[in-house]
Ligand binder design. Structure first.
Ligand code: FAD
Length: 658
């Protein structure tokens, strides 16, 4: 007997009570109890028994039939209410901030073409590209090391969506557009804007593309010294033809160190008579394991069999991962990493066992030659983090027009909208930093030299690590807040929302952790004997200048000006070891101040909207100088350093390890 048959038959068990409404409640309760019991058991029998306990059978068939029709629970019906899902709509046309930045900077002839392409692409990332990303999450990479007959295969089994993503990346010219430079100095801005749309839908294919962009930049710079590598690999990395397009890996991290590659790199390079090298080592993290080529670090072995320790011993090598018959270049995949997120992306431990490679840096200049690659991958990391915030905010905003609570749509609750507004401000601040970096990079690449460009290069040297370290942290907080905006649904895997948070967490770790990047900021300042900081200060002051004549922005301008003076003043008083302890607060302060300056500048341009002004003001109301405000210099003393250690290890069972 089906449930429906059971329910219609069981009608005569139910007793009508006095009033109509009472009758209705009694009937509904009985039927519901019957249904829930039925669902928990294998048949209708137990429900029947429960209904039979009802006394005084009614014959009011007509009335009951009507009731049955309106009962929302049955095998055929899941209830009357379905929550509208948040809609994923054109990610470009609905991004008022991205569009206004592009309109402000691009000459109209370029803006027209860029706007057209991003409009089309903004739609595409919600369609086939997004669908592929869902497949990539569902069909995660697997490693078959040994086949059924005992032969070592090291076969990486990938979803067919992965090569499809690669095809799309080539056809869309994701890498190419940064190097063809058809939009002159704005080509990088166009490229990074396009990635900004792609990344949250890209199923982590953005990772190999980031490394490819970095490798292309590295080889472009080395063009004259290593022309054959450039001719062979560069043209493929910037190809729009899927048949020739190559992606690159970046193998630096070894078991002893990802942050500290100088001490952690054990891989050695043995010179061969034909000028090539054979590499031997163990790479602990290698993302995009299916890449066609890789750039990696190793120590050249001299004739006595010795290597030089430290950074001075590291050189940069180019290798092709497979030959033309897809046979691995003496590289074995030992394990695929079981990761918190980025599960779509294969990340492997590799044993390099005599891989043929070519040195593309001078001896001992490996880390320096890798700098361009790291700059590019760090820009990608910050961009990816900012774009994940934008995607989450877009979805949460849309959901706030569809979900009802306490008799109102969510957007009618001021508290909820306040939360969304906080997320929007964070997203705009992150986005403007990333876009400005792209704009400055494009200027460096296309416009050549000059005092203004030299100063911009110094600023760029500082703001790339700042963006990477700060935006990555912002993204985790905004995405976590974003999940909450969906209530319980935010925690449910098949909404695809939890994945977004998981995937975002990695940004703070790969390409350098927050602390390592903070130390990198200090290094940039020390190495330039303070020039970097001087240029930064001048740049901030120049950018906020226009805001001085705008009454609405006065307070914000003052906040930025005072913060930058206070932070630089305090930092200059700290001794080197205390500066190191303060590096993170120092970097956060520089990042927040710079974002404030950018937002103020944006709010003063001729087409600025009221929302641009609100954004700048709100951002500058924030604590822009945590270095000074969160305890300030009282926290950065020898005594507090000792207290920290004592506090952290209070109760620790192995004090002898300290
Ligand atoms: C999913 C994923 C994919 C990756 N893919 C790649 C890849 O393709 N290629 C590649 O080369 N690497 C890759 N990595 C490795 C990654 O770049 C490193 O793990 C990362 O740079 C951190 O290095 P580590 O693991 O050695 O951390 P550690 O250096 O061991 O850091 C541990 C902690 O100590 C802190 N710390 C370390 N030194 C200092 C210091 N001097 N002062 C203050 N704090 C310090 C760090 O901030 C961190 O909190 C990947 C990592 C992940 C998670």
């Amino acid at each position: 007997m089906t449930l429906y048959q059971f329910l219609t038959k069981s009608s005569y068990f139910i007793k009508p009570l006095g009033s109509q409404s009472q009758k209705k409640i009694q009937i509904t309760k009985t039927i519901c109890r019957a249904v829930s019991t039925t669902q928990q058991t294998t048949g209708a029998q137990s429900s029947l028994l429960e209904c039979e306990t009802q006394e005084n059978i009614s014959n009011d068939e007509l009335y009951l039939n009507e009731i049955y029709r309106s009962i929302p629970f049955s095998h055929a019906k899941l209830g009357k209410f379905y929550q509208d899902r948040p809609a994923l709509e054109n990610q470009y046309t609905q991004d008022a901030f991205l569009r206004s930045f592009l309109r402000r900077h691009l000459p109209s002839k370029h803006f027209k073409l860029v706007d057209e392409d991003l409009n089309r692409f903004g739609n595409r990332v919600t369609k086939d590209i997004y669908e592929l990303s869902l497949r990539l999450e569902a069909e995660q990479p697997k490693l078959e090391q040994i086949d059924a007959w005992g032969k070592r295969t090291d076969k990486l089994i990938l979803s067919t969506a992965w090569p499809q993503m690669k095809e799309i990346a080539a056809e869309e010219g994701m890498i190419a557009c940064g190097y063809e430079r058809i939009f002159d100095e704005w080509s990088r801005l166009y490229q990074i804007s396009k990635f900004y749309l792609f990344e949250p839908s890209g199923g982590l294919f953005g990772c190999p593309l980031a490394m490819t962009n970095g490798a292309a930049k590295t080889l472009e710079v080395l063009k004259d010294k290593h022309s054959w590598v450039y001719d062979k690999a560069f043209s493929r990395m910037i190809s729009r033809d899927p048949n020739t397009f190559w992606t690159s890996g970046q193998w630096m991290t070894e078991k002893q160190g990802g942050s500290d590659v100088a001490r952690g790199t054990e891989t050695i390079a043995v010179p061969q008579s034909d000028g090539s090298y054979k590499l031997y080592g163990y790479k602990w993290f290698s993302s995009s394991t299916d890449a066609d080529i890789s750039l990696t670090l190793a120590r050249v072995v001299d004739k006595s069999g010795s290597v030089i320790e430290g950074t001075k011993g590291l050189s940069l090598f180019y290798l092709e991962v497979r030959d033309e018959n897809s046979i691995m270049n003496n590289i074995q995949m030992l394990k695929l990493k079981n990761k918190l997120g980025t599960k779509q992306l294969p990340t492997a431990e590799l044993l390099i066992d005599g891989a043929r490679a070519f040195k593309i840096s001078e001896d001992g200049r490996g880390v320096a030659s890798m700098a361009n690659m790291l700059t590019m991958t760090r820009i990608h990391t910050a961009m990816g983090a900012a774009s994940s915030m934008r995607r989450m905010v877009n979805l949460a905003r849309d959901y706030s027009t569809r979900r009802k609570a306490f008799g109102k749509i969510l957007h009618q609750h001021p508290l909820h909208v306040n939360t969304l507004a906080f997320m929007e401000i964070e997203t705009r601040a992150a986005t403007i930093l990333v876009l400005e970096i792209a704009r400055l990079l494009g200027r460096q690449e296309v416009l050549g030299k000059g005092k203004e460009l030299e100063d911009e290069a110094e600023v760029l040297r500082l703001i790339v690590p700042l963006a990477k370290l700060y935006v990555s942290k912002q993204a985790v907080s905004v995405l976590s807040e974003g999940l909450e905006c969906f209530g319980g649904q935010g925690y449910i895997e098949d909404t695809d929302l939890p994945r977004m948070l998981r995937d975002t967490q990695v940004n703070a770790i790969w390409e350098g952790t927050t602390n390592i990047l903070s130390l990198d900021v200090l290094r940039a300042i020390t190495k330039s004997s303070g020039t970097v900081l001087k240029c930064y200060h001048e740049d901030v002051t120049r950018r906020i200048q226009a805001g001085r004549s705008n009454a609405e922005l006065q307070e914000a301008v003052t906040a930025v000006q005072q913060s930058v003076n206070n932070v630089l003043g305090l930092a200059s008083k700290l001794s080197p070891d205390l500066v190191e302890m303060a590096a993170r607060d120092f970097a956060f302060s520089l990042a927040r101040i710079y974002m404030g300056a950018l937002l103020l500048e944006h709010a003063c341009h001729t087409d600025a909207t009221q929302m641009d002004i609100v954004t700048a003001k709100r951002w500058c109301e924030k604590d822009l100088a945590p270095l000074c405000t969160q305890g300030g210099h009282q926290n950065f003393t020898q005594k507090s350093m000792e207290q920290n250690l004592a506090l952290v290890f209070d109760g620790y069972l192995h004090p002898s390890r300290l």
